[in-house]
Ligand binder design. Structure first.
Ligand SMILES: [Ca+2]
Length: 143
C-alpha cells in the first residue's frame, strides 16, 4: 500500500511538472544544450506585410551543428490572415548560441484585440527543445 501511495505521489508530481523541466533534465542527461524560441511582441503592419523578429537561443554553445525546424501555430491569431503559415529551419554553426527567426505578419482593416501565435519547435538535431516561442501581435492603430 505504501508503494502504491508513493507511486501515486510521483505520478502526480510528473503530471504537474512543466514540459520545460522534463526537457532540461533530459538535456542534462544527454549532455546536449536546450534550444528555445524567445517570446516576442510585434505589431501588425498597417498595410501589406512585415516581418516580426525574435531569436532562437541555445542554452550553451555546441561543438556540433544544431538544426532546428520551426512551425507557425495559431493560438488566437489565424494563419494566412494574421500571419503567413511557414516552416523555417534555423541552423546554428558550432559555437553559435543565437539565431534570428521571423514571422511574416499580415495587415487587415479591422480593429482587433491583441492576438497570439507560436513559433513551435517541431524537430531538432543536437539539442533538446524547450517550449516557448509565443508571439504577441498588437493590432495596428487605425486598422
Ligand atoms: Ca487589425
Amino acid at each position: 500500500m505504501r508503494t502504491a501511495g508513493l507511486l501515486l505521489v510521483a505520478m502526480t508530481l510528473l503530471a504537474g511538472m512543466p514540459a520545460t523541466a522534463g526537457a532540461e533534465a533530459s538535456s542534462r542527461r544527454a549532455g546536449l544544450p536546450t534550444v528555445r524560441v524567445i517570446p516576442a511582441t510585434v505589431t501588425e503592419p498597417t498595410l501589406g506585410n512585415r516581418l516580426g523578429f525574435t531569436v532562437v537561443r541555445l542554452s550553451a554553445p555546441s561543438s556540433r551543428r544544431v538544426v532546428v525546424e520551426i512551425s507557425t501555430r495559431s493560438i488566437t491569431a489565424t494563419a494566412n490572415q494574421d500571419f503567413v503559415r511557414l516552416h523555417p529551419t534555423v541552423v546554428f554553426a558550432p559555437g553559435e548560441t543565437t539565431a534570428p527567426v521571423s514571422v511574416e505578419l499580415l495587415a487587415d482593416d479591422r480593429d482587433e484585440p491583441t492576438e497570439t501565435m507560436r513559433l513551435a519547435i517541431t524537430e531538432v538535431r543536437n539539442a533538446v527543445a524547450v517550449r516557448g516561442g509565443r508571439i504577441t501581435i498588437l493590432d495596428a492603430p487605425g486598422g
